[in-house]
Design a protein around this ligand. Structure first.
Ligand code: PHE
Length: 480
């Protein structure tokens, strides 16, 4: 085999991982979840779970990528053999690929909405529009399968084009151009939010908290968000980690990714809430925050239509740099396993995701509430897909933590991490006990039939206990 592919620069993995991490999760999901969960209290828990669960798993996932230098599926196969562990762990690679496939299928549809809004803003059709008109515009978009399909197709083709050009000419060059541009646009939108909106109210909402707001429910949502926003458990980080320079520090890089991702989510939150509060609206609007509330604010404020257009370009760009990280793991697998050319492999991946994306497209119109498909599952097919990924993500993260913490041979992990003994011990403690227990708890809690918190709490301790005790079954005797 030829020598492994590596990013051109030592810092590219950081750039690529930040590109993957910063996306709809930061600009769309984080602000509306914060809005729904009482602001500062939610952010506090979110930051805490990023630190004790997110960062350790981020280190573990990039470690798996770099130690194998292969796509997630082939990489897990390689690691289980070379570390003499049970081959059952290979499920991590397959689950990641499945989750990436499903997420891309709906991520592309939602990113497509931002294409529509860029057009709406720049065409001036929203200028001076009433809030009813703007609310109706969102409804009209969702009611049109043709439009949704058009944007979905455009977006997924753009993602495929970048990945199809290869990791250097496509992904690396694309990111080197897009990431600074996106950051620049964010600063413009932030400056506008501070000037035109009510930044003081926004900061107050985001950074002061009431201890009584610290509900367990909010804690659970914060944890789910910390996985989604750091792109964990889906093979994206593992795939990019496979190209990571051996000299870059895993620990430092993971901390940087998490800090940059969080800072960007906060800056976006300040900009968005400054505009929303400045127009006298409420924070807790749910998923419509970005596509209804924010456009109303833009239409209401001086120069808002132009800035609104620029803002939605930011959303498209940030979504694009995330989408390519979902194409890469599966495409790289098809190249490695079947010797396909990269464009062919990418073509297969995006054709499949495009097809599955139809499910999401139709969920908002011809399969919406009241139709047979909806009744069948008692929720929209899109919600079913989202539900499946909400299970695959934490489960993938849990398994990655356990695999890296317990199954891999300790000496090699120490060598790969190249950190001092104390840090290694802290990390090992977090991935062995804290992260798995926390994730197992959330995971059990999200099963609809499980009520309350006692069963998940006991269950998570039992699961982790079983893993700890049963380690010898999962690990071959020669590794320890
Ligand atoms: N982290 C991305 C976001 O916040 C979403 C994503 C998840 C991207 C998983 C890649 C893999 O929007």
């Amino acid at each position: 085999m030829s020598s492994p592919k590596i990013w051109t620069h030592k810092g590219t993995f950081l750039l690529a991982a930040v590109g993957s991490a910063v996306g709809l999760g930061n600009l769309w999901r984080f602000p509306y979840l914060t809005g729904e969960n009482g602001g500062g209290a939610f952010i506090l828990i979110y930051a805490l779970t990023i630190a004790v669960v997110g960062i350790p798993i981020l280190i573990a996932e990039s470690l798996l990528g770099r130690a194998s230098r292969k796509s997630p599926i082939m990489g897990m196969k390689y690691l289980t053999k070379s570390h003499g562990t049970s081959s059952n762990w290979q499920i991590i690679g397959w689950m990641g690929a499945a989750a990436a496939f499903i997420i891309l299928s709906f991520y592309s549809v939602i990113a497509g909405w931002a294409i529509h809004y860029t057009g709406l803003m720049f065409s001036g059709s929203l200028s001076g529009a009433s809030s009813e008109t703007i609310g109706a515009a969102f409804g009209d978009l969702l009611a049109s399968p043709g439009l949704l399909l058009l944007y979905h197709t455009l977006f997924i083709l753009a993602s495929g084009a970048i990945v199809g050009m290869g990791i250097h000419k496509g992904i690396e060059s694309g990111l080197r151009f897009m990431m600074p541009a996106l950051f620049f646009i964010l600063l413009i939108v932030l400056a506008y939010g501070i000037i035109a909106g009510d930044a003081v109210a926004a900061m107050k909402f985001l950074f002061t908290f009431n201890l009584s707001d610290l509900s367990l429910e909010g804690w659970l949502q914060a944890m789910g968000q910390s996985f989604f926003t750091l792109s964990l458990g889906m093979g994206a980080i593992m795939a990019y980690g496979a190209y990571m320079s051996s000299e870059a520090s895993l620990t430092r890089t993971a901390i940087s990714i998490a800090v940059v991702d969080t800072v960007i989510a906060l800056l976006a939150g300040i900009a968005i809430f400054a505009l929303v509060f400045g127009s006298g609206m409420e924070a807790g609007q749910g998923p419509g925050l970005m596509f209804v509330t924010l456009p109303i604010a833009f239409a209401d404020l001086p120069g808002g239509i132009l800035l609104g257009g620029i803002f939605f370009i930011l959303v498209i760009g940030a979504a694009l740099t995330s989408a390519i990280s979902l194409v890469e793991p599966v495409a790289a697998f098809l190249v490695e396993k079947y010797g396909l050319s990269r464009p062919t492999a990418v073509g297969i991946m995006i054709a499949g995701c495009w097809l599955l994306g139809l499910v999401t497209v139709f969920s908002f119109n011809i399969w919406s509430e009241g139709t047979i498909t909806h009744t069948l599952f008692n929720r929209s097919p899109f919600d079913v897909l989202e539900f499946v990924t909400n299970i695959l993500m934490p489960l993938g993260g849990l398994l990655i933590a356990l695999f890296a913490g317990w199954a891999l041979s300790r000496d090699e992990v120490i060598r790969e991490m190249a950190t001092n003994d104390q840090w290694f011990k802290v990390w090992q403690f977090l991935v062995r006990f804290i992260a798995p227990t926390a994730v197992a708890f959330v995971f059990l809690r999200t099963i609809p039939q499980v009520e309350g918190y006692l069963i998940p709490a006991v269950g998570s301790v039992l699961i982790i206990g079983a893993f700890t005790a049963g380690r010898s079954f999962m690990v071959n005797n020669k590794a320890n």
